[in-house]
Design a binder for this molecule. Structure first.
Ligand code: PRP
Ligand code: URA
Length: 206
């Protein structure tokens, strides 16, 4: 399943995010805010358990998340997506995976992995703002599945149709939540019109 957000706030913030004049501080704020809005959409089907709660006036029936979830930011650019989502679900665990794209081959190269020995949660959400060729997302999900993760979702901000296709072909069981699907990849693997390099724009490099 591919879900492309139709929320007006997402569209508004995405427009400022794309703007080449948007500086790293504002860029990070927007990544954080858009991630919270997307998390609202990506977590609609999380399991709840009934629980009683005592208000100052009465005892009533409530519900709480059945289990913590795992947030998997893909370094570097995925880092900016964690904080806001984590605030919404402070019981989450955060597992970092580091991949970069080889500029020549566009293939992902793994350089960091901080997963616990075995999965401790049922649902993980991979966080990476850019789904370009789909190589990095697909490789991250390969790692998570080899490790034993059962239910995986992918949350990104901008995708190219090529990346969406690759991810659907390699991992058809993974639901994909995006702010927008753009037109295409250019001849050096950047999303068009996109926003440029999400890592560089967050961290002021490049
Ligand atoms: C970017 C982005 C994704 C990847 C997407 O990371 O954050 O991880 O490219 O491209 P793909 O779909 O073609 O694999 P990058 O490799 O630039 O590393 P960075 O986040 O450290 O800048
Ligand atoms: N990574 C980015 O940061 N931007 C793109 O357009 C493609 C990959």
């Amino acid at each position: 399943m591919v879900h492309e957000s139709s929320h007006p706030l997402v569209k508004h913030k995405l427009t400022i995010l794309r703007d080449k004049e948007t500086k790293p501080k504002k860029f990070r704020e927007l990544i954080r805010e858009i991630s919270i809005l997307l998390a609202y959409e990506a977590t609609q089907d999380l399991d709840l358990e009934p629980i009683q709660v005592e208000t100052p006036l009465a005892v009533t029936q409530g519900a709480m998340l059945k289990e913590p979830i795992g947030l998997v930011p893909v370094l570097r650019a995925g880092l900016g997506m964690v904080e806001g989502v984590w605030e919404m679900m402070p019981g989450s665990e955060v597992w970092h995976i580091g991949l970069f794209r080889d500029e020549r081959t566009l293939k992902p190269v793994e350089y960091y992995n901080k997963l616990p020995i075995s999965p401790t949660v049922q649902v993980c959400i991979v966080l990476d703002p850019m789904l370009a060729t789909g190589g990095s997302a697909s490789a991250t999900i390969d790692i998570l599945k080899r490790w034993g993760a059962k239910r995986i979702k992918f949350m990104g901000i901008i995708a190219a149709p090529e990346g969406v296709r690759t991810l659907q072909e390699t991992h058809p069981d993974v639901d994909i939540y995006l702010a927008v699907i753009d037109e295409k990849l250019n001849n050096v693997g950047y999303i068009m019109p996109g926003l440029g390099d999400a890592g560089d724009r967050q961290f002021g490099t490049g």
